[in-house]
Write a protein that binds this ligand. Structure first.
Ligand SMILES: Nc1ncnc2c1ncn2[C@@H]1O[C@H](COP(=O)(O)OP(=O)(O)OP(=O)(O)O)[C@@H](O)[C@H]1O
Ligand SMILES: [Mg+2]
Length: 199
């Protein structure tokens, strides 16, 4: 399969040949084929998530299961952490697990203490998770879906960015990435504003 299919998309993780090998549909030749298969899989994953009403969800096991439910029909590595370093994350691949454990411990405190403003908590939750970038791909979508799920479980206002930003105007996606970069510098204002908007 040629590489061009996986390039040219702003803010996306480039797939290395090892990851392309994990694609379960060897006949795919265009990004549209892949997008469609992922979208169908994501819909099924969302239906699974909808049925998860209780139990601890701020865990590695839950996140891995969610990623597998969202992408497991398309990618053989779904639900498994990346084993390489990536440009989009400062977290070394071997620190993904420990980083997530720290993140979930913090998130559990945020939820239990109820001291943090809901919008701030949602923005920080999303940014921390996507910055760890646990998987070879699908981190943006998984982190947005996980953030919505956390909001639902905690009775917070649900962000209306949808599971994927793919169908949103280019400008909107650029603003999202810019807001994430500002959050990298601990300035969450743009991300909070972005997450409050109706898409
Ligand atoms: N500079 C950045 N700083 C922090 N996070 C970023 C940055 N650029 C991109 N991201 C995040 O990484 C995601 C892309 O990573 P990845 O390709 O693994 O996810 P995805 O779900 O496949 O992407 P998509 O958002 O296109 O659906 C973006 O959606 C965004 O959430
Ligand atoms: Mg991607």
């Amino acid at each position: 399969m040629s590489n061009h299919v996986f390039q040219d998309r702003n803010g996306n993780t480039p797939l290395d040949p090892e990851q392309i090998k994990g694609l379960k549909f060897s006949h795919f030749t265009t990004m549209a084929d892949l997008d469609e298969a992922e979208d169908i899989n994501i819909q099924e994953g969302l239906a699974w998530l909808e049925r998860q009403r209780d139990g601890d969800f701020l865990t590695l096991q839950f996140l891995n299961k969610l990623h597998k439910k969202l992408f497991g029909d398309v990618w053989s590595w779904a639900g498994s952490f990346r084993k390489i370093n990536v440009n989009l994350s400062k977290v070394e691949w071997f620190d993904v697990g420990p980083g997530l454990i720290n993140f979930f411990e913090d998130a559990k405190l945020w939820v239990a203490n109820k001291k943090m403003d809901g919008d701030e908590m949602s923005a920080e939750f999303h940014h921390r998770l996507v910055s760890i970038h646990p998987y070879p791909n699908g981190n943006g979508r998984t982190s947005r879906i996980m953030t919505e799920y956390m909001q639902k479980r905690c009775g917070l206002k649900i962000t209306s960015w949808m599971a994927s930003l793919k169908n949103s105007p280019k400008e909107r996606r650029e603003r999202y990435i810019k807001a994430l970069k500002e959050a990298d510098r601990a300035d969450y204002r743009a991300l909070i504003q972005f997450m409050r908007e109706k898409s």
